[in-house]
Design a protein around this ligand. Structure first.
Ligand code: CA
Ligand code: CA
Ligand code: CA
Length: 348
C-alpha cells in the first residue's frame, strides 16, 4: 500500500510539472478530469499516458488483491490441513495407545500364566521326586511286579553268590567246610541275627560274614537295594570322567554291576523314572587297554554283562565307557566317554 501511494505521488508530481510547463492560465480550460487526481488541471497531451498509468494502477490493485486473496486462501487451507492432520494424529495416537495397552496387558497375562505354570511344574517335580523315591524304594524292597517274572533269575544269582562264598571258607581247613554249610542258612538270615551267631564259633573267617549283615543305612537321596545304596543322577548330565568324580565326592563310586539282580534293579529303577534318560553311565570302561573292560571301583574285570546286540563295538575307535541305553531297553553299550549323560553312583 505504501508502494502504491508512492507511485501515485510520484505520478502526480510529474503531471503537475508537465502541466505547469505547458498549460497557461488561458489554455487550461481543456484540461481533463483524471480519475483519482481531482485537482489536476492538465491539458490532454499525447505525452501523458493516462491509460498506461491507469493500467498500472489496476495491475497494482489486482496484484495486491490477488496476493491478499491468495494469502487468505493459503491461510485457510493451512488451517484446515493443520486441523485435519492434528485430528488424524490424535486418532492415530489414541489407536496406538489402545493397542499398546492391550498388548501390554496380554504380555502381563502371558507372563503371569507362565510363572504359574513353572511354579506348578516345580511343585509337581518336587512332589514327584519324593513320591518317586518312596514308591521305588518300596518296589525294590518288596520285589513285586516284575520281580515275580525274574524270580528264577534272582534265585540262580543268589545261589551263585552263596556258592562263591562257600568256596572261600573251604580254603581254611576241612572243618570249616562244615561251617560253610552253616553259611547257607545265614544267607536267608540277612536280617542280621544269624551272621553274628557265626562268630561264636571262634573262627576268624566267619567274622567276615558278620560284616555282610551290618545294617545298611542310606543317606537322603540315596536308594537302598540289597547291600548297597544308589544315587541316580538324571538331572545333571556329565561326561563319564566327571560322573566318576561326582560319585566319589558323594562318598561312592560309579556303579559296579555285579550280577543280574543288581542289573535288573538298576534297569527297573531307571525305566520307571518319568525322565527316562536316553542313556546312563555305569562304571565299566576299557580306557587303559582296548577291549579289556574293568570296573572303575576296584579295577576288576567284568564277571556279569548285558551287552546290547553288536556291542561293544568301539565305534570310530573312540568308545571306551559303558552306558545303559534306553533305545535297547537299557542294555549295555560302549560309548564316547566325553558325552554328557545321566549316571548312577553306588555306595557300599
Ligand atoms: Ca554293585
Ligand atoms: Ca573301547
Ligand atoms: Ca558302542
Amino acid at each position: 500500500m505504501l508502494r502504491v501511494s508512492a507511485i501515485v505521488l510520484f505520478t502526480l508530481s510529474i503531471i503537475e510539472n508537465v502541466c505547469s510547463n505547458t498549460c497557461g492560465h488561458d489554455n487550461c480550460e481543456t484540461a481533463i478530469d483524471i480519475p483519482l487526481i481531482t485537482k489536476l488541471n492538465a491539458p490532454l497531451k499525447a505525452e501523458l499516458d493516462i491509460s498506461s498509468l491507469t493500467l498500472q494502477l489496476k495491475e497494482l490493485v489486482a496484484k495486491h488483491v490477488n496476493q491478499s486473496v491468495s494469502k487468505a486462501v493459503n491461510d485457510l487451507v493451512e488451517n484446515i490441513l493443520d486441523k485435519t492432520i492434528q485430528t488424524a494424529v490424535d486418532r492415530l495416537q489414541t489407536s496406538i495407545d489402545n493397542t499398546l495397552s492391550t498388548f501390554r496387558q496380554k504380555i502381563e497375562d502371558d507372563v503371569e500364566v507362565k510363572i504359574k505354570k513353572n511354579h506348578d511344574l516345580l511343585m509337581k517335580k518336587q512332589s514327584i521326586s519324593a513320591t518317586e523315591i518312596h514308591s521305588l524304594t518300596i518296589l525294590a524292597n518288596t520285589l513285586g511286579g516284575e520281580m515275580a517274572k525274574l524270580k528264577s533269575e534272582v534265585q540262580t544269582a543268589i545261589e551263585k553268590d552263596v556258592a562263591v562264598g562257600e568256596k572261600g571258607l573251604k580254603g581254611d581247613s576241612g572243618r570249616p567246610g562244615l561251617d560253610g554249610a552253616n553259611g547257607r542258612r545265614g544267607e536267608p538270615g540277612l536280617k542280621g541275627a544269624h551272621g553274628i551267631k557265626g562268630e561264636k564259633g571262634g573262627q576268624g573267617e566267619k567274622g567276615s560274614r558278620g560284616e555282610s549283615v551290618k545294617p545298611l543305612k542310606c543317606s537322603y537321596g540315596w536308594v537302598k537295594f540289597m547291600h548297597s545304596c544308589y544315587y541316580f543322577e538324571f538331572s545333571n548330565k556329565k561326561t563319564w570322567s566327571a560322573a566318576k568324580d561326582d560319585c566319589r565326592r558323594k562318598g561312592g563310586f560309579l556303579v559296579k554291576v555285579d550280577d543280574a539282580v543288581e542289573n535288573w534293579f538298576l534297569k527297573s529303577f531307571v525305566k520307571s523314572n518319568t525322565k527316562s534318560p536316553a542313556s546312563v553311565w555305569i562304571g565299566a570302561n576299557d580306557i587303559n587297554r582296548e577291549s579289556n573292560f574293568v570296573w572303575d571301583f576296584d579295577n576288576s574285570g567284568l564277571t556279569y554283562t548285558e551287552w546290547s546286540r553288536g556291542e561293544p563295538n568301539n565305534k570310530y575307535n573312540s568308545e571306551d565307557c559303558v552306558q545303559m541305553r534306553n533305545s535297547v531297553n537299557y542294555a549295555w553299550n560302549d560309548s564316547t566317554c566325553s558325552n554328557a549323560e545321566s549316571f548312577i553312583c553306588e555306595k557300599l
